[in-house]
Design a protein around this ligand. Structure first.
Ligand code: IPM
Ligand code: MG
Length: 356
């Protein structure tokens, strides 16, 4: 098969982790006889520096012309600590999601046997946890207008907007995934306070009738935040609006073992994007210490979701599991008394394992 992908390393640790995921992708293509072509594009702070635009037109055209996008991370402390910056790296990620029509961000949360004991959560609570968070990605507070400041600068406004169409398509998607899993959908909202949430719940109640063999549960977001760490096994497919999904999945990564473990697939109208859920971790940039596994696992999702190559995805996942069993892990998961490996060493170990 011919795989034509766009590679967007971005900022901070982005280039280091993307290199490992790309090497793994190449190894898998070699092994299975696929023809891989890829082109790199710029996005985020590095694109602001070069072109004063966090998502340049040529990067968008590259994404549109590709079958899949492998994305690293964006963000830069120069902007984080400067609230008055008008152009920000994150706008690049948001513009990419919006322009590619990526309305659904799929974040699978699972556990790895070799990490269970390392979780700050009790092993018996997380053992066997396996759910999927489907985060709405192109609406809500992230994109609502108006957004801005009053003339004197002392009042700020963000707006949460959702249309019926946006809610319907993502809830249908959640049922589609649940049908292939354990047949349960949890719709997370704040319908006791927010009008947008009441629309989510109303539409959920309409749509659930079309899926009588799937159980539907409604949950307020504050309660969901608690249940994720108290009883994660009770979830199968969770669907929620943009901001709630952002927050709940960072929390859910604790179940997996580290924020550096959680991959994601952003799907919708145009080319799908595969990206780790974590940010650019600028303190670690260039040090070869960041965990590459979320990005490598995102490459596995790319094979499966963008190309339907399930065996290739499984080979990557097996290699990742093997690396953890061999304790070839970065410092975020190594734990006390166990040697921590470099980003590049973990990547190379996984590549060698796949080649074997
Ligand atoms: C994520 C990230 C992004 C988001 C940031 C970097 C804009 O936190 O993908 O979860 O909030 O969507
Ligand atoms: Mg986030």
């Amino acid at each position: 098969m011919k795989l034509n992908i766009a590679v967007l390393p971005g900022d901070g640790i982005g280039p280091e982790i993307i290199k490992q995921a790309l090497d793994v992708t190449k190894a898998v293509c070699d092994k299975f006889g696929h023809e891989l072509t890829y082109k790199e594009g710029i996005v985020g702070a590095c694109a602001i520096d070069k072109l004063n635009n966090p998502y340049p037109d040529e990067t968008h055209e590259l994404c549109m012309a590709s079958d899949a996008v492998l994305f690293g991370a964006i963000g830069d402390p120069r902007f984080d600590n400067n609230p008055s910056a008008k152009i920000r790296p994150e706008q690049g990620l948001l513009a990419m999601r919006k322009k590619l029509g990526l309305y659904a961000n799929i974040r699978p949360v699972t556990t790895f046997p070799s990490l269970i004991e390392k979780s700050p959560l009790r092993a018996d609570l997380i053992q066997g946890a396996d759910f999927m968070c489907i985060r709405e990605l192109t609406g809500g507070l992230y994109f609502g207008k108006p957004q801005g400041r009053s003339e004197d600068g002392n009042t700020a406004v963000d707006t949460c907007v959702y249309t019926r169409e946006e809610i319907e398509r993502i809830i249908h998607l959640a049922y589609k995934y649940a049908a292939k899993r354990r047949k349960k959908v949890t719709i997370v909202d704040k319908a006791n306070v927010l009008e947008t949430s009441r629309l989510w719940r109303q539409i959920g109640q309409e749509i659930q009738k079309q899926y009588p063999d799937i159980e539907t549960e409604y949950m307020f977001v504050d309660n969901a935040a608690m249940r994720i760490i108290q009883w994660p096994k009770s979830f199968d497919v969770m669907v929620t609006e943009n901001m709630f999904g952002d927050i709940l999945t960072d929390e859910a990564s604790v179940i997996t073992g580290s924020l550096g473990m959680l991959p994601s697939a952003s799907v919708g109208i145009h080319t799908s994007v595969f990206e780790p859920i974590h940010g650019s971790y600028p303190q670690a940039a260039g040090k070869d210490i960041a965990n590459p596994l979320a990005t490598i696992l995102s490459a596995a999702l790319m094979f499966e979701y963008a190309f339907g190559l399930m065996e290739e995805g499984r080979v990557i996942r097996n290699a990742v599991t093997a690396s953890m069993e061999a304790e070839v892990v970065t410092e975020d998961i190594a734990g006390e008394g166990i040697k921590a490996y470099k980003t590049s060493e973990v990547g190379k170990w996984i590549v060698d394992y796949i080649k074997e």
